[in-house]
Ligand binder design. Sequence first.
Ligand SMILES: Cc1cc2nc3c(=O)[nH]c(=O)nc-3n(C[C@H](O)[C@H](O)[C@H](O)COP(=O)(O)OP(=O)(O)OC[C@H]3O[C@@H](n4cnc5c(N)ncnc54)[C@H](O)[C@@H]3O)c2cc1C
Length: 805
Amino acid sequence: MIGGGVIGTSVAYHLGHMGMKDVLLLERDRLTSGTTWHAAGLMATFGSTSQTSTELRQYTRDLYARLEAETGLATGLKQCGLIELAIEPGRLEEYRRVSQFNRLLGVDVHEISPREVAELWPLARTDDVLAGFYVPEDGRVNPVDVTMSLARGARMQGVTIVEGVTVTGFSRDHGTVAGVRTDHGDIEAEYVVNCAGMWARQLGELAGVSIPLQAAEHYYLLTEPIEGVDGSWPVLEDPASFGYYREEGGGLMLGMFEPVCAPWHVDGIPAEFSFGELPPDWDRMGPYLEKTMARVPVTEEIGIRKFFCGPESFTPDLLPVIGEAPELKNYFVAAGLNSIGILTGGGIGRTVAQWIVDGSPDIDVTAMNIDRLQPYQANPEYRATRTVESLGLVYATHYPFRPTKTARKARLSPIYDRLAARRACFRDVSGWEGADWYAPEGVEPGVGELTWGRPAWFGYWEAEHHATRNGVIVMDMSFMAKFLVQGRDAARELERISANQVAAEPGRITYTQWLNERGTLEADLTVTMLDDEQFFVVASDTAHRHAETWMRRHIGDAHAFVTDVTSGYAQINVQGPLSRELMSVVTNADMSNEALPFRAARFIDIGFARVLCIRITYLGELGYELHIPAEQAAAVYDRLVAAGEPHGLRHAGLKALASLRMEKAYRDYGHDIDNTDSVLESGLGFAVALEKPGGFIGRDAVAAQKAAGPLRRRLVQVLLSDPEPLLFHAEVVCRNGRPAGYIRSASYGFTLGGAVGLAMIDADEPISQRYLDEGEWSVRIGDATYPARASLRPLYDPASKRVQM
Ligand SMILES: Cc1cc2nc3c(=O)[nH]c(=O)nc-3n(C[C@H](O)[C@H](O)[C@H](O)COP(=O)(O)OP(=O)(O)OC[C@H]3O[C@@H](n4cnc5c(N)ncnc54)[C@H](O)[C@@H]3O)c2cc1C
């Protein structure tokens, strides 16, 4: 472990407990000297719609509660409660939705009235409060005491902790980390964990590992003592006032998350910065501070003891950076905590330690895994630009479809300008500008007012959806990750990695999962066999580096070579029942069902371009994926559009992609399926070639689960009967009034006539369609409950007739 903050000591503590021998933690200065020493120590289990994040918080709180009994050192945990204020209707709706989800996971949260808020927090202004959300078991902790207690607990398990040693470099051996260099000499190591907080990026660079995080100014204000303030009061949070409030030294601490923040030292964090503070920027913070103080009016009159500013690291998507670096095997990272390093530190430490000990994580890490990020995101300009927005998003109302505003246009499809001219409304798709929907003539493309209801552009989205179901559309998906895998052993290696049979026949695409030995999902993608020694692998943008690393590491020394060709090919989809007609106009290739059946892949000519045309769909209709050399993409697009006009060709965006695929219950890795799900629970058994010669990674686990009998955990499609409400994510799904799971991802089924989602359902009996039919299903959205249908087969075109026509 490099770094003796809360994260490094937590990883060390857990490795010690898991029986790892020869564990060494190196700290440059003294424990806590980076960011940990000055954290405010809020402990909140409420507020996230991520199961992973909520469980990390719960584990952390439980750990801090029991640590003193184990180590003899108190953590300062005070379960004085936490109140979140809702001032505007949008926030109230958010918290009601979150409450349902958090309760499902065991968080004891209560909605309380403004009067009850005033009783618990008499100094707060409550006349504009709509409601409070109160968690009696949350509260605060002392971050230094936590770290010292974790360090002692680690030492008790045989971990060595050395202060005053700086790591200055790394040694490597065949793509695997082999040790660290320090200012006191070299040390060999089988594993290295970079827990260097805001220094982690610079330290990563020394090993060739890209860690896109950036320190930013982070503030709290301490007042002089105030009469009547009581240390037993709950922590109060009012995101609308950018502030949180708790007792400190008889006065108050006012912590802040301002909407526009200031990155600190983009050029590099000074090596000698220890127990450091930054001079507060009163001019910049003044207006925000006024608003924060107004929630507790007494603070406007009382003396200020200190306006504290310290740096904390933020990441491009406000999620931590955890896991094994794609660039270097056995080099782990646990950093970029976005101001919740204390309240998730226990869980993060446990997860990273368990990942090292067992070889793969036991919770869903798809959103936190370091390999979701791209190296370019560590660029100074990218960090400087994006970080301005990151910190403020902590306290923004988390409306659906909220666009990121900064660091846009980092990656552009070759037909970006053409789509912009068609009035595409773009959103950030792993840094690409993804066309989300198209505004009609005379309408400015823009997200408009954020809402939990139907957005202003709902009708445009609907029209694109129906055009795909009934006519023909063109959709740019150039952001998809594309790899060429070539060599004498390519077929053998891809067969070993893939659960489905992918090398049966040249000119054929195969949908497959990649599994780990436990039989849970590592990737969900397609493999197209071009010829005996050449394969084309396509994965989603978020799985780009995970899929690539998984391939490279598993191929090892075999004669098979992976080339990332994402930038080399645009991907344009032509989909819909009229797509064959259109394709027949732009190419002289035979597009008939006989010549080009479902799953066929051929090189065809369109104008001057030679295009890889694959008959496949993610939308549930007859359709084609065209992979076009990037420099010819614009010309091919122009041909398609010119030829398509007489056929009523429309442009469709990624919102339509979401609604179309959800009606067909096509899965999306990292959204509705993840690394904790088995391929059978995910309903993807049809894509597993259990008996193929040579087997595949994870085969035994799949066979064992199959042999164990009918499943009691299955991914189920859920459709609301009422056409009005919308589903987004994390809504609780009930069977006979009892919670059975939650919506992992959702959209609106314009053809099915209601909101539709996918939920992982747990039951104490086998889950069959009969079990689903015999139950009464409903979904809780905020305070309302809506009847629903649940199905194992896709509700739209269950026999896939339209896809094969
Ligand atoms: C004002 C403020 C308020 C906050 N309030 C809260 C809160 O209420 N709740 C919450 O959960 N979080 C809060 N945070 C965030 C929290 O403090 C951080 O997320 C957390 O401390 C990060 O811990 P860390 O171990 O990753 O980093 P650090 O504590 O910075 O530890 C990294 C360590 O690595 C060491 N190091 C660096 N380079 C090297 C090297 N080359 N060799 C050896 N050692 C090295 C450093 O000396 C340092 O000790 C707050 C942060 C700030 C700034």
